[in-house]
Design a protein around this ligand. Structure first.
Ligand SMILES: Cc1cc2nc3c(=O)[nH]c(=O)nc-3n(C[C@H](O)[C@H](O)[C@H](O)COP(=O)(O)O)c2cc1C
Length: 359
């Protein structure tokens, strides 16, 4: 446990401890521009954490459908993000933006840029509903360029690295998942095809920011509307997914599960973070109910039943997972049970269960 509080060097950054703040959408940036309150919010959290990851932020006009989500393009946003990063650096912290594109989770004509095209693998959202047409190759090429431009933007804004949102059923994850990716060209089919767009984006980002800039990739074994949805059913499939990303220049991974301490696959007690570390050798952030000690119903229900104490500790754990022990887990009770609530973690968020769609 004390290891978590010890400094560590990750992707060239000397972190004060191994706690990373998870990306959490806030929608407090009118017209996509983070203001002083957003800067103060991130600086407060950076005082005690290893890295702060920002809320998912749009890489281009097609990327989103929600109002007041910050963007990673435009001079006004660049000037505003500079104030955010300066505030974090003033307290000795590090901050990564999360590069986000929601793909087919955007309703047609929705969002701050309703005229921009809806880009997704097959025009099918995670509920299986048709919301548009499959993206053309030209649209995919433009999407790759948009991520690369956002990465340059991030570096110019003073960020210390970046996180690519490849999780939770958004654009990149729509490519990873056969349910939303029904393409028969090079971007669909087997795992090599389904991870191709993510790998091209990672490679373009790496080329744009140079060899040293930390590039993290977040992926998940669940979707916002389906907690059982998996992109890899075996360690071999996970390897086929991760290897092209490593080759593209990803320097660390963010393995998102619902319960970070549970075995990822049958036949081994390694967690998803543990397998990711084992297969890639890269530093890995574990996430999923870290520090949550009881089922969460709602703020009111939990307050009534006295369970609220575990709710505020939603800070993911930088696993540095030991490949043979499935990551550094706190002790658990009965097999598959929840670990006890851990003390000393940092409050960072609100409830999840009341939202149908997490980001
Ligand atoms: C309010 C809220 C906003 C979120 N926004 C994002 C986001 O922008 N990007 C992302 O990758 N995950 C987002 N998530 C998911 C969290 O980063 C995290 O993966 C998820 O809450 C699971 O961790 P937990 O079990 O500790 O809550 C959000 C979660 C919450 C509760």
């Amino acid at each position: 446990m004390s290891t978590l509080f010890s400094p560590v060097t990750i992707a060239g950054l000397r972190l004060r401890n191994r706690f990373i703040m998870s990306p959490m959408t806030r929608q407090f940036s009118p017209d996509g521009v983070p203001g002083e309150e957003v800067a103060a919010y991130y600086a407060r959290r950076a005082e005690s954490l290893g890295i702060v990851m920002t809320e998912g932020s749009y890489v281009n006009e097609s990327a989103g459908g929600f109002g007041n989500v910050p963007r990673l393009f435009g001079d006004d946003a660049l000037a505003a993000w500079r104030k955010v990063t300066e505030g974090v650096h003033a307290v000795g912290g590090f901050i990564f933006p999360q590069l986000w594109h929601i793909g087919a989770q955007r309703e047609p004509d929705a969002g701050p840029y309703p005229d921009s095209p809806l880009v997704s693998p097959s025009g099918i959202n995670c509920d299986g509903r048709r919301v548009g047409e499959p993206a053309t190759i030209a649209q995919l090429d433009e999407t790759v360029r948009a991520f690369a431009r956002a990465a340059v933007f991030a570096r110019e804004a003073g960020f210390d690295g970046l996180d690519l949102h490849g999780a939770h059923g958004y654009l990149l994850d729509q490519f990873h998942w056969p349910v939303t990716n029904r393409r028969t060209d090079a971007y669909g089919g087997d795992m090599a095809g389904r991870v191709r767009l993510s790998a091209e984006i990672a490679a373009a980002v790496r080329a744009a920011v140079g060899p040293q800039f930390p590039v993290c990739f977040r992926f998940s074994q669940w979707k916002g509307n389906d907690f059982e949805a998996r992109i890899a059913g075996t360690p071999k499939e996970l390897e086929a997914f991760l290897t092209p990303l490593v080759e593209a220049g990803v320097s660390m991974f963010h393995a998102s599960t619902r319960r970070y301490w549970l075995p990822a696959f049958d036949g081994s007690d390694r967690t998803l973070a543990g397998w990711t570390r084992h297969l890639t050798g890269r530093p890995v952030i574990g996430i999923g109910s870290v520090g949550v000690g009881a089922p969460f119903l709602s703020i009111t229900d939990d307050a009534r039943s006295g369970k609220a104490a575990g709710l505020s500790r939603r800070v993911p754990l930088l696993a540095q997972a030991h490949p043979d022990r499935g990551g550094q887990r706190p002790g658990r009770g009965a097999a598959g049970g929840r670990p006890p609530i851990r003390t000393g973690t940092v409050s960072a968020s609100s409830s999840t269960s009341s939202r149908k769609w997490l980001t």
